[in-house]
Write a protein that binds this ligand. Sequence first.
Ligand SMILES: *Cc1c(COP(=O)(O)O)cnc(C)c1O
Length: 376
Amino acid sequence: MRKETISVHSGSYHDAATRGVNTPIFTSSSYEYLDREECPYPRYFNTPNQEAVVRKLCALEGAEDGVLFSSGMAALSTTILAFVGAGDHVVLMDALYGGTHAFATDAFDRLGITYSFVATDAEAIAQAVTPATRLIVIESPTNPLLEIIDIHRVADIAQAHGIVTIIDNTFATPVNQTPLALGIDIVVHSGTKYLGGHSDLSCGVAVASYEHAEKIRAMAKHLGGNLNATTCYLLERSLKTLVLRVERQSANALRIAQFLSNQSAVQQVYYPGLESSTGHRLAAAQMTGCGGILSFELDAMQQQPETFLRQLKLIRPAVSLGGVETIICAPHATSHAKMSAEERRRVGISDALLRLSIGIEHADDLIADLAQALNG
Ligand SMILES: *Cc1c(COP(=O)(O)O)cnc(C)c1O
């Protein structure tokens, strides 16, 4: 089946009692145990609503098994801890989501785990690998500059050394990129973003082979970041429109990136869908669409970013991303506010940088709003 069909049908629970077409919400946290091998329990990650969502996401990502979490960070931290301990070394990308970056720098030292942060470049990862390396953690496209890494090359490097690989696939979604097919071991998402897609829930997921998923589930039972049945149901409902949403968001983002590229008040646009972008060739090879996030820099001589933000009428300045509504933020004041100004300069995040999370509105309405704010 194709992704459009999978997103609607896979994993649905067929209720024999009512023959309803939707998965019922099973709120029990207590289940009878006699005459059954495995008893459901929320923190065992095996209730009917958890399983319905996991089966749909596994089908979309081409995975055997997975674990559903209460946030993206629960998924990332649990998955990382399932594969490393004292004495092990981890290679991570410098441009990883801020929360993942902070988890490594805050927790690894105390746990006796050593680590190297490297650029968004497969060869930099190869050079950082040591005999103690057990895990490589990557993300593509990155936040907020939309850098692209050669996923297949990273998988090859890791396989040659028997190293487990994790990719944060939040920005791409399974609609635009399926990293397991490129040789990556584990795909993790912040489902709070595109999978949920309506800016109204928090969740995360890790999908992989049976063997890797079992290791993640074992650690997850200790740490306990499970998702409740009602939110599982909301997520299952959201996933039915994932392909429609992300395809529209990707098409809108490309049109808006092209529009912004032609504005004199815009100095630079970061979007891998633009042929002029550094990551374009890699993105074209490993993605089917470039997603709904793009960033741009205003020419501060012509317009102050804050003035621009306040002139927007439809697009609201807000944090997070991936919802049906278009929002905008200044990373220096939001996602990267905890970094020092010097550190931000080093990773290329200026005070004039703005990040758009494009929604499913009509592109013409979004362009009209951007145009009136640029000219205002
Ligand atoms: C938001 C985000 C996370 C963290 O997810 P939460 O659901 O907020 O815990 C991880 N990775 C990426 C790329 C994100 O955008």
